[in-house]
Design a protein. Structure first.
Lengths: 271, 415, 275
């Protein structure tokens, strides 16, 4: 039984990784083919770093991810605070369910609906060229918002309300008590919301596809254009670099986490 | 910890914003906005000449003024049109195709050229592209200087296709090669192949002829492996497909990776094919028309024009290019028949795309929609899905009923 | 004690509410508007009426998504089960391995799958080398379903895995004490208790599968359309935005209804089902 389950695990993982492995291996291929390996070289990595369009797309992606995640985190954190304190149950329910629409809706519907909004607004103001950096920023912030709220709101709920009262009793203004007592307690939630928004923005293709213009390309859009056109093999180099970066990040986070765990356990044991 | 994160984030943000501010300052120089097709100029990769850098160098030496070429690219005439008519960026040089030039002229978006600044324009040989030597999109030649031209032919894999079947559009409808045929995934080009096969004009006014073309495409659909655009490159290179209609210039790129490929022009009775001309124009909104015209002229100089033609592999209407022995030798190295494929189209009847009226464009869209929503999928998928849906519904109801009955039992016991 | 809310607390959600009204509700209003108007802005039902010619595409997409979801469930449940039963240190590694592909753009994974399965791809050249005849995979419905399963399997495994690890082991021990063998325990205890995980897994796979356009374009070769492809094509030209909006509207309503039904279904189940 154990052997059976273990082999099942490995078969699934092998199938899951086969196409990725293919990319990684062929990114080192000297020739430009995905069916025959002609020799080991770093040629495509060199090509990638010379490709201005790709580098610009990378820059755009990072800028957009950073800006939209910061914006979404700021709006979302305050929204979570407001929702936590809100007394009118119906308003709260309404806000919650509207916020969650982008999470439930298929991405393509979110994308086209935003596009229709932008196009209609552009039509009203007589602009013909509204899609681009700013529409992307709005769209990315919007679809990240529910995830930020989802990770911050529970922190507010778990927060011990008596601490806030204590702070108020000790002479803090409500604003001070929020910034000095409550905010530090919810920072982990804010931070995980930020990270989530950042990765969602980096990875999004479908929504960006509809609200972007050719002159503000992000990495996924660049990849889409590559796979729709003649594929430059430097794309495989890019993918390998992405995979390696993610793997390194995950391992670091995991490693740091396990060290932290061990330290905590040791501290507990010493008590 | 929190402070570290904030510091890190703001630093990262700064690093991203800095280049934006940095570009504001600097010495006075002219920026020339050039908007061209992607992969459409020799850019210095793999040891070739960097045409734009050469222009900047040459301009400063000749006129003592620094010019910075801001070069951006598009992948379709329509993208270019949207940007240009939007007016957000003041482009100085654009390279639209024939029918789009006609449209831009109609809408007054182009500026007439001052040929005194483009003396090399008389090196352009119009008769290699048009039998009568007159570009129908710009009969006066007032707005455009041809950059490249190209024809659509059929690329096929010699190991999979019998050479007796080629040289006609019928190849794309040949049942022998079912599942190995690629077709354009865009309405105008796909309809072009069908109209050409039927021997009709690719700009036909007759709705009946468009419908006939649709019938041809419908008949072709079961034979088609994929509707693709530039994925053609990979599919043909790897031998995943045997037959594809595509541009002569791009054939050489594929041939470089797979020497089994060959190119043919449809020469059957009454058959024709599409020719396109991409020409350099100066938009009406240009603020540096003089520099733009000098840029156009520079692109026509022998050395630069040859570098570009060799980089792109498309045909050049520039006499200094196609009559040059070195250029001919280089092309010969790429493919033995390169010159014949690119320039030997005298016996093929060629037709340019024209700007179609709005109602015809709508008609093509509707017909294309009809073709695309036609599904060749067999019914088994519906049966399987039905079984799954029925099964899960049945299970759900079964469990719901059972748990209710048990609850009732439990309640009974409790009482 | 009833606390007075500070201004900060009262106003904190306001920017969010404005944002949400502008950029979540606003777009949906425009979908409605476009779905019920023609190019000249006049009210019309023609877009909705036109949908009848797309009904087979809706049906086809639903079927594809259903089959892909079912396969994901059949493959994913055992996987989640095996993962949840592994040693804790090992579980972490397995989780990372499962998550890693999800961090790589879906476009890249799908494209790579396409090159693997293509007529001249690695799989077929291996087949030929082993003496079999090559199989045409790209352009068939099977390839599209394979792509959906491949791309969305982790979405099925994750919620199921989470709900299995959250299960109190005592339930299983109790079942074993009461004479259940391991298979009976699985079907009478574990499975019913993890229904919420299964339901959220199903929605997480079904929704992207039914609305995908990249997978069907690449692996289906553009030979047949799913709803996603149709919508995407409608939004290439402004003249067809209206039809596209109508299709999106119908798809959105269908999906929201099915999510609501699924949630209702899972609410009633859970603990009482093991009784």
């Amino acid at each position: 039984m154990k052997a059976l389950s273990r082999s099942y695990l490995w078969i699934i993982f092998a199938l899951l990784y086969a196409p990725i492995l293919l990319l990684v291996v062929f990114s080192f291929n000297e020739g430009g083919s995905l069916s025959s390996f002609t020799g080991f070289s770093f040629r495509w990595y060199g090509e990638f770093f010379r490709d201005q369009v790709a580098l610009q797309a990378l820059k755009n992606s990072l800028f957009l991810a950073l800006a939209s995640s910061l914006l979404a985190t700021a709006i979302g954190t305050f929204a979570a605070l407001g929702l936590d304190r809100m007394r009118n149950r119906y308003v709260k329910g309404a806000v919650n369910s509207v916020t969650n629409i982008p999470m439930m809706n298929p991405d393509i519907v979110t994308g086209v609906s935003m596009m229709l909004l932008f196009v209609a607004v552009a039509g009203v103001f007589g602009l013909s060229d509204i899609l681009g950096k700013w529409t992307m920023l709005i769209a990315h912030t919007t679809f990240s918002l529910p995830y930020v709220i989802l990770s911050v709101l529970p922190r507010f709920k778990q927060f011990d309300k008596t601490l806030r009262e204590a702070a108020l009793d000790l002479g803090c203004t409500p604003a001070q008590s929020f910034f000095k007592v409550e905010l530090p307690a919810i920072v982990p939630g804010v931070f995980s919301g930020l990270v989530m928004a950042f990765t969602l923005s980096l990875d999004d293709f479908v929504i960006s596809h509809f609200v972007s213009s050719p002159d503000f390309q992000t990495l996924p859009l660049y990849i889409y254009n590559q796979t729709a056109h003649e594929v430059k093999y430097s794309m495989y180099a890019l993918c390998t670099l992405i995979i390696v970066t993610i793997l390194a990040l995950l391992l670091i986070v995991n490693f740091a986490g396990s060290i932290g765990d061990r330290r905590n356990r040791r501290r507990e044991a010493s008590k | 910890m929190k402070r570290v994160i904030v510091c890190f984030l703001s630093l990262a943000l700064l690093a991203l914003l800095l280049p934006i501010f940095a570009s504001c300052g600097g010495k006075e120089e002219i920026t020339l906005y050039v908007y061209n097709w992607g992969e459409y100029i020799s850019d210095g990769s793999e040891g070739s000449l960097d045409s734009n850098a050469e222009f900047e160098k040459w301009y400063e030496q000749t006129y003592g003024v620094r010019v910075k070429v801001n070069y951006s690219t598009y992948s379709s005439n329509e993208d270019m049109y949207a940007k240009l008519s939007g007016g957000a960026t003041k482009y100085d040089v654009v390279v639209p195709s024939d029918y789009m030039i006609a449209r831009l002229i109609d809408e007054g978006l182009l500026r007439p050229l001052n040929y005194e600044n483009i003396p090399l324009a008389n090196e352009i040989e119009y008769s290699v592209m048009f039998a009568d030597g007159i570009p129908s999109y710009d009969p006066e030649k007032a707005y455009s200087v041809p950059y490249t031209y190209g024809t659509v032919g059929i690329i096929y894999n010699t190991t999979m296709v019998d050479s007796a079947d080629v040289d006609t559009w019928d190849l794309l409808w040949n049942e022998k090669y079912a599942g190995n045929i690629l077709q354009f995934n865009n309405s105008r080009d796909a309809f072009m192949t069908a109209l050409c096969k039927l021997g009709y004009s690719i700009n036909t006014e007759s709705e009946a002829e468009w419908r006939e073309a649709l019938a041809e495409l419908m008949a072709q659909k079961p034979l088609v492996q994929s509707y693709v655009m530039d994925e053609i490159f990979n599919k043909m290179k790897s031998g995943s497909a045997a037959i594809a209609p595509y541009y002569a210039g791009d054939f050489f790129t594929m041939y470089a990776d797979n020497s089994d490929l060959a190119f043919s022009y449809p020469r059957g009775e009454g058959e024709r094919t599409n020719v396109f001309v991409d020409a350099m124009c100066v938009p009406a909104c240009s603020e540096n028309a003089l520099v733009a015209e000098r840029y156009i002229n520079f692109m026509l100089t022998k050395e630069i024009a040859i570098a570009n033609a060799e980089y792109m592999c498309y045909a050049s209407p520039n006499r200094q290019v196609f009559l040059d022995a070195d250029y001919q030798a280089t092309m010969q190295e790429i493919h033995p028949d390169a010159m014949k494929i690119l320039y030997g189209t005298d016996d093929v009847s060629l037709e340019l795309y024209e700007n179609l009226p709005e109602d015809k464009l709508m008609l093509i869209n509707d017909l294309w929609e009809e073709l695309k929503i036609e599904s060749p999928i067999n019914a088994s998928i519906f049966v399987i899905a039905g079984v799954i849906l029925g099964g899960s519904l049945g299970l759900g109801i079964f469990f719901a009923v059972r748990s209710r009955r048990r609850k009732k039992m439990l309640v009974g016991l409790w009482d | 004690m009833k606390q007075k809310r500070s201004l900060l607390e009262k106003a904190a959600a306001v920017p969010h509410m404005v944002w949400v009204a502008l950029f979540i509700l606003g777009p949906l209003v425009f979908v409605l508007y476009f779905a019920f108007t023609d190019t000249r802005g006049k009210f019309t039902f023609t877009n909705i009426e036109l949908l009848s010619s797309y009904s087979h595409i809706f049906l086809l997409s639903i079927c594809f998504a259903l089959v892909a979801t079912a396969i994901c469930l059949l493959l994913g449940y055992p996987l989640a089960f095996v993962m949840a039963r592994a040693k804790p240190s090992r579980q972490k590694l397995l989780m990372i391995m499962l998550m890693l592909p999800m961090w790589i753009s879906l476009l890249i994974r799908t494209y790579s799958l396409m090159t693997l399965l293509d007529n001249g791809g690695l799989v077929n050249s291996l087949l030929v080398k082993m003496g079999f005849s090559p199989v045409t995979m790209i352009g068939t419905g099977g390839a599209v379903i394979l792509g959906m399963v491949y791309d969305f399997l982790p979405y099925m495994v994750l919620p199921i895995y989470t709900s299995i690890t959250k299960l109190d082991r005592k339930y299983m021990e109790a079942a074993a004490d009461l004479g259940c063998n391991s298979i009976q325990t699985l079907f009478r205890v574990t499975l019913p208790l993890t229904v919420p995980g299964i339901v959220s897994g199903i929605t997480m796979v079904f929704v992207p599968s039914i609305s995908t356009f990249y997978i069907s374009q690449k692996l289906g070769g553009g030979n047949f359309d799913l709803i996603g492809d149709t919508i995407e094509r409608q939004f290439k030209y402004p003249s067809t935005y209206h039809v596209g909006a109508a299709i999106s509207l119908v798809m959105m309503i269908l999906i929201l209804i099915s999510i609501a039904v699924m949630n209702r279904f899972s609410d009633g189940d859970g603990e009482e089902m093991i009784v």
